[in-house]
Design a protein around this ligand. Sequence first.
Ligand code: AGP
Length: 608
Amino acid sequence: MCGIVGYIGEAQAAPILLDGLSKLEYRGYDSAGIAVYDGTDIQVKKATGRLKVLNELTHDGVTMPGTLGIGHTRWATHGAPTDANAHPHYNSTETIAVVHNGIIENYLKVKKRLLEKGYVFQSDTDTEVIAHLLDYYYKGDPIETITKLMLRLEGSYALGIIFKDHADVLYAVRKDSPLIVGKAAEGSLIASDVPAVLKYTREVYFIQNEEIAVLSRDDISFRNVDGEPITKESTTIEWDINAAEKGGYEHFMQKEMYEQPKTVRDTLSPRLKDGRIVIEELGMTDDEIRGIRKIHIVACGSAYHTRVTAKYVFEGLARIPVEVDLASEFRYRNPILEEGALVIIISQSGETADSLAALREARSRGVKTLGIVNVVGSSIAREADKVMYTWAGPEIAVATTKAYSAQLIAQYLLALKFAQVRGTVTERECAGMIGDLKKLPEQIELLLGSKERIQRFANRYIAAKDVFFIGRGIDYAISLEGSLKLKEISYIHSEAYAAGELKHGTISLIEEGTLVAAVATQEDLYKKTISNIVEVRTRGAFVMAVTNTGNTEIEKAADYVIYIPQTNRYFTNSLAIIPLQLFSYYVSVGRGCDVDKPRNLAKSVTVE
Ligand code: AGP
């Protein structure tokens, strides 16, 4: 996700901003920029590409004199990575500059209002809307302006703001995106994350939601959403820089697992408006949606596993036939793509060679294509006819977790949207499912809280040789992902099987003590899966079951049970995968594996 920094004090701001941005590079970005008040005007320099481009552009900050500034590394969400879309953004008279981390969910609505009032936009970003809205509200009092802004904006934001008329103060405000304030000898700083300020100070203030920070050259104060003064205690940071980049977590994978509630919320909320599902970027009319005869969903690895779930969800809700394919197979099997087919390519990176080739194969046949992608401006995002982004932010760990969760959400929304348009679900059913979707972030949070119990269980299996995951229907899809997580980061052999398939051969591998993870979240299949649990237990297996709260019957069959909160049967993957991610993570840690960079693997497989 984006990174913001800011500085005010006696030293030159630009070198401090550039240094702070370099400490946020690990967050992933595609462009960067800084704004510095030079005593007369607010100068802005920004560029796509790596930070060194900006360093060269500003001669390491030397050509941007001034002691007040803000800086930004952009991870594109709205608008491709271009110089125009890079931050900071100005208002039209260049008297206000702003940097932003987050997603403004109502930016199109606000932009429309501002356009009607004659505002002219230079970019496609949601952030520029903030710059012009500040301009619209500004009557001379920055605090009053910011509090009005906060009442108008919907979504998440951490903002650094400079007002030319008040160039002795740096303002910052946040809602749902992280923001800290640092008090240093050289002056005061703001940043998205601790690493950006550690070089200057370990005394930081963690800004809470809807709090405003007011930094002058010799003082830091805080206001609430009503503009009233509040007092805050500072915290002394004990982390080293390496731990700080992971937000205090031991690994990026762990940090990203814990970002899943936010990732799900960020991918979901902007597409739920007044009880309706709104996927503006889809660009498909209702008639086009009704005209879809078949959906082909194509991907690799974990993205492939989300589609096995999606097959059940699209067919169950929208009653559209779905064919799922591994991209490496699809691209060579001369697929039959009929009139009215929609090909959906799913890819976190948007650069996976097999998935990109599959997309090109589909497009060469003149078939409509949709990309579900996490990286804005990536090849698949650019080449698909339409793209639906999963706003998971950059995922650093090779083993995907938060992007996987976001891909599931995107497909639930798409299936529900199609079902709404095609009339295969009632408004009441749809409202119920939207309600279930909205509960997922807090339910994921709850499951993440059971890490100690799972860690203790995982430690018993760090020497395991074979682990099997079994499930039926969507539970099979969950098993596929659970198995891949375990093997890719712990190097333990693991296989996932449709539970009904085990007896057709593989059950011969079950020995005394073999761990079998049985996923049983589909109520209509409980009894069948329980019979499969009994099958393997009678052959010596130790069975860990993942099931819905209340299904205590399973305790008679399984040895160890993990319960997930109740949700719609189509959405259980989003919950059941959490304990399986934690299990794999702790087994890998227990084995001393390189959790974030497992052997032989790359984050994006850009070769065949
Ligand atoms: C999952 O943990 C792996 N990193 C891998 O299977 C990955 O999902 C696959 O390579 C697809 O990547 P993509 O989503 O970037 O296309």
